[in-house]
Write a protein that binds this ligand. Structure first.
Ligand SMILES: C[S@@+](CC[C@H](N)C(=O)[O-])C[C@H]1O[C@@H](n2cnc3c(N)ncnc32)[C@H](O)[C@@H]1O
Length: 268
């Protein structure tokens, strides 16, 4: 049940932690936009080690939050953090989201960030299950990739482009899709949701910006895997390495980062 293709290990916990720091302002904005603090019960599914869960808990002190993930290591980390931080309103749930309907609880709110892109073959089933698990009037807020096709750098660089292509194909070859944001709204409508809010975040990130840093680190962590799997050549990898190093001291350089769709949907 652990087959999350970005990996289930300590290094990925650290990466997810850094990734949360990079995207924390947008995540907090979505939590508020969806009015999650008004919910009494919230499901954070595909919560990983719990960085989103604790963000939700911080903004929604009066809600009981169920933090669901199918990775044992992440659930263990989450339990440890709950004890360490003495958080009273988070309950871990070690489960595959595909089995969500086996659980009796219903929720006022559901949240996910970077989860549905890994569930492409079962997307309809998962969205239907979320719909069923929400109380009438319940809200679902999601943050998922819209596309990587826009990712560019100034100055332009072939290694940088190859790295982005590597990411795109890494998702596709593992039954994932980094363009899920383009069809998620229609799937939500088909399931019976009403769309309340949609926006896109990410984009212009000058050198040193949190999103520039995030994308550079994503390259450092995953490009060696792309080379191993034939999704990028060794030369492209080295060129991208040199590019990021050189760009770091170019105060005029920037990237246009991956774009993330933020969506708020209501069960009617
Ligand atoms: C990219 S991580 C995102 C973690 C967290 N949402 C965040 O933004 O930091 C994706 C998470 O989804 C979980 N996941 C993937 N497929 C799942 C499934 N079928 N059921 C439950 N969790 C799943 C993985 O174990 C992983 O923790």
């Amino acid at each position: 049940m652990e087959d999350y293709f970005l990996g289930v290990h300590q290094k990925e916990v650290t990466r997810l932690d850094r990734q949360h720091t990079a995207w924390q302002p947008e995540t907090a904005q979505l939590i508020k936009q969806a009015n999650l603090p008004n919910c009494k019960t919230i499901l954070d599914f595909g919560c990983g080690p719990g960085f989103t869960t604790f963000e939700i808990a911080k903004h929604c002190p009066n809600a009981q939050i169920t933090a669901l993930d199918k990775a044992t290591l992440y659930q263990k980390y989450l339990k440890h953090q709950i004890e360490q931080k003495q958080v009273k309103n988070v309950k871990p749930l070690y489960e595959d989201v595909l089995n969500l309907l086996n659980h009796p609880d219903k929720f006022d709110g559901a949240f996910c960030r970077w989860v549905l892109a890994f569930l492409i073959p079962d997307l309809k089933k998962v969205i239907d299950a979320i719909y069923q698990k929400l109380n009438p009037g319940g809200v679902f807020a999601a943050m998922e990739y819209l596309t990587l096709n826009n990712v560019l750098s100034s100055p332009p660089n072939k290694g940088f482009l190859a790295n982005t292509r590597g990411w795109h194909n890494f998702y596709l070859t593992n039954d994932g899709d980094a363009q899920i944001g383009t069809y998620l709204p229609q799937l939500l409508l088909d399931a019976g949701f009403k769309l309340e809010h949609q926006t896109c975040v990410g984009g212009f990130a000058p050198v040193g910006h949190r999103l520039w840093q995030w994308w550079r680190e994503a390259h450092e962590d995953f490009a060696p895997i792309f080379v191993e799997q034939g999704l990028m050549t060794q030369e492209e990898y080295l060129e991208a390495n040199t590019f990021f190093k050189t760009q770091e001291s170019n105060k005029d350089g920037f990237i246009y980062s991956p774009i993330i769709l933020q969506i708020v949907a209501r069960k009617i």
